[in-house]
Ligand binder design. Structure first.
Ligand code: P53
Length: 480
């Protein structure tokens, strides 16, 4: 074993989100969330968002993997794995079932008291996302989601309640999961999951999303300020999805196209970390005639509520080109360019391009841009697994993906000098896929016996990657 160069207190962990694991969608006084009205899709077939919960539809998040009832058993497995941190979210609708009540739901608060106690007793630090695609459905029905500035106050109130309640149990917090997923404003699923928005006739989608995103950034900044009052030891981060978009060629226009598409994503972390709306966005709003609503008080909040660390997910990279002969995907409002695949990397069964070096690249970019500690709070490989006789799951593809990414992560720390708090790979246990609602797009090192139709015993079985990750943690990355 060699010394990897990672700090001794490095937070090796695993990550999930409440709606993708808990189930118990109507238990403990929980209200309906936006995840509870999403049906199952599959690769290239979108999930449907229904008007309320319909009787004859299948909703994979209603039961998920039943973590709500099985968390004690699962935490024993996490302990055996050696996790030092476990990232999950609080389901907002367990605490405020409708989102706009005066008083929180005590039973929901008690559930997370018990969950966090159980983690801490087993030596595992909870890392908590406040909003991970789980906005109470009522806030969509009554207020139209985050297009409405009233949601700022509802989110701040909810955050205040949970940060006060768990102030001695949770130190690491993140406000909005992958807030920049909604960046180009065209994916209806992301508008729904990030902001509880359904587009209406006459909406300029991009403008609507800029408003919602800014409302969330203001809410986040207010929560950061509150956090400092509640417990000065708190560390509050943002949570960004970072998919680097490389210039496909060295044609100068391809380089500028990369800058332009990356700026759409950087907007969110620029505000979170620097406390100002960047000039490239203010100019865009002006040129497009967007009437984004904000006032001096909002700007002061942004300035006073900058984050302590940059939490981000990394799964893949992609490329952009202006070369006319290349075929690719259109980019909203950018007709000269398209997104193309990268001939130098391979891809998963869901066409996510596998690029470990891209992680090192992104870590360098983010650290140089913000000079703040980073936290890789998601990274992982969604794949079909096969349960073989003797309860074996051989998943060398997952070990290969993760070890190559960890290798590049260590290079970024040990050679490039990037400050990194931890690494919590996605879906340490199999969960419902967010994008497709499938169970069989598996990320875990622990298998859950359940299929896409919702059939199965829910039994937990260790995969080969479990033993491998156990060694990674035990050697602090020295075996990579
Ligand atoms: P699924 C896009 C790019 C990177 C991460 O995704 C993304 C997305 C959205 O599709 O989402 C995150 O389950 C998200 C998790 C999610 C995970 O990636 O679609 O934070 O909730 O499960 C993996 O394969």
């Amino acid at each position: 074993m060699t010394n990897s160069g990672l700090p001794e207190n490095f937070l090796w962990g695993g990550a999930v989100a409440a709606h993708q694991i808990e189930g118990g969608w109507q238990e403990g006084g929980k209200g309906v969330s936006i995840a509870d009205v999403m049906t199952a899709g599959r690769h290239q077939v979108s999930r449907k968002i229904t008007q309320g919960v319909q009787k004859d539809e299948y909703y994979p998040n209603h039961e998920a993997i039943d973590f709500y009832h099985r968390y004690k058993e699962d935490i024993q497995l996490f302990k055996e794995l050696g996790l030092k941190a476990f990232r999950t979210s609080i389901a907002w609708s367990r605490i405020f079932p409708k989102g706009d009540e005066e008083e929180p739901n005590e039973e929901g608060l008690r559930f997370y008291d018990d969950l966090f106690d159980e983690l801490l007793e087993n030596g595992i630090e909870p890392v908590i996302t406040l909003s991970h695609f789980e906005i109470p459905y009522h806030l969509y029905e009554t207020y139209g989601g985050f297009r409405n500035k009233k949601l700022i106050d509802f989110f701040v109130r909810y955050s205040e309640v949970v940060m006060k309640r768990y102030k001695n149990k949770v130190k690491y917090w993140m406000t909005f999961n992958e807030i920049n997923n909604q960046a180009d404003g065209q994916h209806d699923l992301h508008a729904w999951t990030n902001s509880a928005i359904i587009f209406e006739e006459g909406d300029n989608k991009e403008e609507v999303i800029y408003q919602a995103g800014l409302n969330e950034l203001i809410a986040s900044a207010k929560v950061v300020q509150l956090a400092r009052e509640i417990n000065p030891e708190f560390q509050v981060g943002c949570m960004m999805a970072y998919v680097p978009v490389y210039p496909y060629s060295c044609k100068p226009e391809d380089m500028m196209a990369s800058v332009k598409v990356m700026n759409r994503r950087f907007f969110y972390s620029d505000v979170h970390a620097r406390g100002e709306i960047p000039s490239y966005i203010l100019n865009e709003w002006e040129q497009k005639g967007y009437a984004i609503d904000f006032n001096c008080e909002d700007l002061a909040a942004l300035k006073a509520g900058t984050v302590d660390f940059i939490g981000f997910s990394y799964y893949m990279s992609t490329a952009v080109t202006t070369l006319e002969e290349k075929k690719g995907f259109d980019i909203p409002d950018f007709p000269e360019a398209k997104i193309v695949s990268n001939p130098y990397v391979s891809a998963s069964d869901w066409d996510w391009q596998i690029d470990p070096v891209g992680l090192r690249y992104m870590m360098n970019v983010l650290y140089q841009r913000y000079n703040l500690p980073l936290f890789i709070v998601e990274n992982g490989f969604g794949a079909y697994d096969k349960l073989e006789s003797g309860d074996k799951i051989h998943d060398p593809y997952r070990v290969d993906y993760l070890s190559k990414h960890i290798h590049e992560m260590i290079n970024a720390v040990a050679e490039d000098g990037v400050e990194l708090l931890g690494y919590t790979p996605w879906g340490v246990i199999d969960i419902v896929s967010f994008g497709t609602g499938e169970m069989e797009k598996r990320y875990g090192m622990i298998y859950v016996d359940k299929d896409n139709q919702g059939e199965g015993t829910l039994r937990r079985i260790k995969k080969d990657s479990f033993d491998w990750y156990q060694q990674v943690i035990a050697t602090n990355g020295g075996n990579i």
